[in-house]
Design a protein around this ligand. Structure first.
Ligand code: HEM
Length: 196
């Protein structure tokens, strides 16, 4: 059978398991390409910002004024997904210790309380992304708890949303650490859990 006949048969109804598997694999692959592209763009943006700020320091040292105009133009043209906060984060508050019960109150189900997500014992305030972490958000499973294991595993399963990440492989630990730095750059640190 030629490759053409094989492909033709593959996508003929009724769809077989290999057809579904291949379609899903292609979809996952495309999604990954898109996400990698976004992350690369973000890295380039950070690099550009660094260069820009060092240029501003040089200008300042030379007696020129810093260009706040160019900074605001840069931030307004930034893509929304994975965007860094426009205002600097407040200093971390390491003195507040959350109990599990206390943290659980901050899962977004109470309108008057901020939404918190903990990673490796550090509690982040993710209230600005209520659409994602609130009750109807796709990442609500992480809210009000330390979800380290799930983040390392790239899992959205409730049973994986636990603080104990000791079962993670080396690669998964790296993924978890990447998420930690992602959150660290975007969300205020409001405390830590007793497990930290
Ligand atoms: C097909 C599967 C998935 C797709 C298409 C997808 C897509 C996305 C996109 C587009 C964003 C950026 C949203 C924004 O900033 O506005 C995002 C963020 C995120 N994703 Fe996923 N995702 C998928 C699966 C997962 C899984 C399995 C996890 C489990 C760890 C996960 C965890 C996250 C987290 C933690 C964020 C950061 C949200 C934030 O605080 O900004 N995603 N995802």
């Amino acid at each position: 059978m030629s490759i053409y006949t094989f492909m033709e048969n593959l996508f003929k109804e009724p769809y077989t398991l290999p057809t579904i598997v291949i379609t899903v694999a292609i979809a996952v692959f495309i999604t990954h390409l898109q996400e990698t592209k976004k992350l690369n763009e973000e890295k380039e943006e950070e690099q550009r910002k660094k260069i820009e700020s060092s240029e501003n320091v040089v200008k300042k040292n030379e007696g020129g004024s810093t260009s706040s105009e160019s900074t605001s133009t840069a931030s307004s043209s930034k893509p929304k997904a994975f965007a860094l906060p426009e205002t600097p984060l407040p200093p971390p508050n390491w003195s507040r210790i959350f109990t599990h019960e206390e943290l659980a109150q901050h899962d977004g189900s109470k309108d008057d309380l901020p939404i918190y997500v903990a990673i490796k014992g550090t509690v982040f305030d993710v209230t600005t992304k209520k659409a994602m972490y609130g009750p109807s958000g796709g990442y609500h499973c992480f809210a009000g708890k330390d979800a380290s294991k799930a983040l390392g595993m790239s899992s959205l399963k409730a049973e994986d949303c636990i603080a104990d990440y000791s079962t993670l492989s080396e690669k998964e630990r790296k993924t978890l650490d990447d998420w930690y730095s992602f959150f660290e750059k975007r969300y205020p640190i409001v405390g830590k859990t007793g497990d930290a």
